[in-house]
Design a protein around this ligand. Structure first.
Ligand SMILES: Cc1ncc(COP(=O)(O)O)c(C=O)c1O
Length: 443
């Protein structure tokens, strides 16, 4: 038996350096490796396994659907697709709207752009997104993303995308003195860009409500301001909830924290939609947006869009979130996780900023110096100490999510309280071990 590296080109890595563990099973928040060791998953893999690994209701739903009907083209009806769309519209506050199913998050964003342009009758309408955002890795989503990893691969302007600075209050692009000021200025930058380009040339503003892989949690006033700015200008607002949806941020969808009056016009989903047991994405649109395209040809869709197996898993996932009260659990455990992280921040000056606290999602930003906020490595590079911390954690049986200077904590919503406490205890010890200098400076 050869090494997987001898046959597969893996994603997001230097192929020749690929050396990841092979996973053979899972249970709850744990993954089982081929050597029998277990890894506690503190990132829900790529912030997608919200229901943990091998959730029995999801596995059963996949099996039952495979026995009944494994595939039918997206153009024909399929019972699990109806069942999932009905449930989605119910939990999302988009009653009367419609769901367009895709294969994942990137093509959900791609189709949200297509729908927004068609609905506004601005077929080449501009899309405004922000720096330090991630919307996927095929070409349109790369153009939408303001991400250091992919920006060089695509000419975003040529794709009709304009980027604005992010509401990153800790390092505010406008040097704001308060998070509120930063949130206000970030929304004003969107308004200025719409005005400069003229609203009639802009189809939509597309943004993550909480940015997963770029680790930005906007100030509370940002989303309501953004909603006001877009509504006043007749520009559609698309929420990318691919990462932040399905309980991750303490509500079914992160925008819901701001109340029904701040609902976006469209929202894109993937990841937690099926608890990641099958590939699926979706664009959820309001009744108003749907009404604007109902009588026109819609030129969009791929062979496997709305695959019955994936939709069956999606419907079972929604039932599991609901029956097991996992959204509420995420809110409760997320608050206690954040309180524990605040205690760590009090002990470890290497922690410059803590973001999140809504649901089981938190970002820990490490700095070389708290006063100057000097990063431990220039974004998006990762310091050797951070790499060593992550490797030691893995060695101790815990996998933390991380990018650059950031630790991103996003465990499955089913994680046991004792597992969460163990992981945070380990993090405390590893911060002491790998960042002792900053402890000395504090004393
Ligand atoms: C916010 C956000 N949008 C879109 C995507 C792309 O989703 P996919 O990898 O399913 O195409 C991701 C994936 O990480 C994401 O975090």
């Amino acid at each position: 038996m050869g090494n997987e590296r001898d046959f597969v080109l893996h994603s997001w890595c230097v192929p020749g350096d690929w050396n990841a563990p092979t996973v053979v099973g899972g249970r709850g928040a744990r993954l089982i490796l081929e050597d029998g060791r277990e890894i506690l998953d503190m990132s829900s893999l790529v912030e997608c396994s919200n229901l943990g690994h091998q959730h029995p209701k999801l596995v059963a739903a996949l099996k039952a659907q495979a026995d009944k009907l494994a595939f039918v083209t997206a153009a024909w009806g399929a019972e699990p697709r109806r069942a999932l769309a009905e449930r989605l519209l119910e939990v999302s506050g988009f009653a009367g709207g419609r769901v367009f199913f895709t294969l994942g998050g990137g093509d959900a964003n791609d189709n949200a752009v297509r729908i927004a342009r068609q609905a506004t009758k601005r077929p080449r309408g501009l899309i405004i997104t922000r720096d330090r955002s991630y919307h996927g890795a095929t070409y349109m989503p790369m153009a939408l993303s303001g991400d250091a990893r992919t920006a060089h691969q695509v000419d975003a302007e040529a794709w009709g995308v304009r980027h604005v600075p992010p509401p990153y209050a800790y390092r505010c692009p406008w040097n704001s003195r308060t998070p509120e000021e930063c949130g206000r200025r970030a929304a004003a930058a969107v308004a200025d860009t719409i005005d400069k380009e003229r609203a009639e040339n802009v189809a939509a503003v597309l943004m993550e409500v909480n940015a997963g892989s770029n680790g930005i949690v906007p100030p509370d006033n940002f989303w309501p301001e953004l909603r006001r700015v877009t509504r006043e200008r007749g520009v559609l607002l698309v929420a990318d909830e691919v990462m932040s949806g399905f309980g991750r941020c303490g509500d079914w969808f992160a925008w819901q924290r701001y109340g029904p009056e701040n609902r976006p016009d469209l929202m894109t989903l993937a990841k937690g939609l099926t608890g990641a047991v099958a590939p699926l994405g979706a664009v959820v649109m309001s009744a108003e947006v749907y009404a604007r395209i109902e009588r026109e040809m819609f030129y969009g869709g791929l062979t496997y869009c709305g695959h019955p197996l994936s939709c069956a898993a999606g419907a079972a996932a929604i039932d599991a979130y609901r029956d097991e009260k996992l959204v509420e659990r995420s809110r409760r455990l997320g608050a206690s996780m954040f309180a524990e992280l605040q205690k760590l921040a009090a002990r470890h000056p290497v922690i410059g900023d803590l973001r999140g606290g809504h649901g089981l999602f938190a970002v820990v930003e490490l700095v070389a110096d708290r006063k100057t906020k000097a990063p431990i490595a220039p974004w998006p590079a990762q310091s050797e100490a951070m790499k060593a911390l992550l490797a030691a954690a893995r060695e101790a049986g815990v996998s933390f999510g991380s990018r650059g200077n950031l630790l991103i904590l996003a465990p499955p919503l089913v994680i046991a309280e004792t597992e969460l406490a163990d992981a945070l205890g380990l993090l405390d010890r590893l911060l002491t071990r790998f960042f002792p200098a900053s402890l000395e400076r504090a004393s």
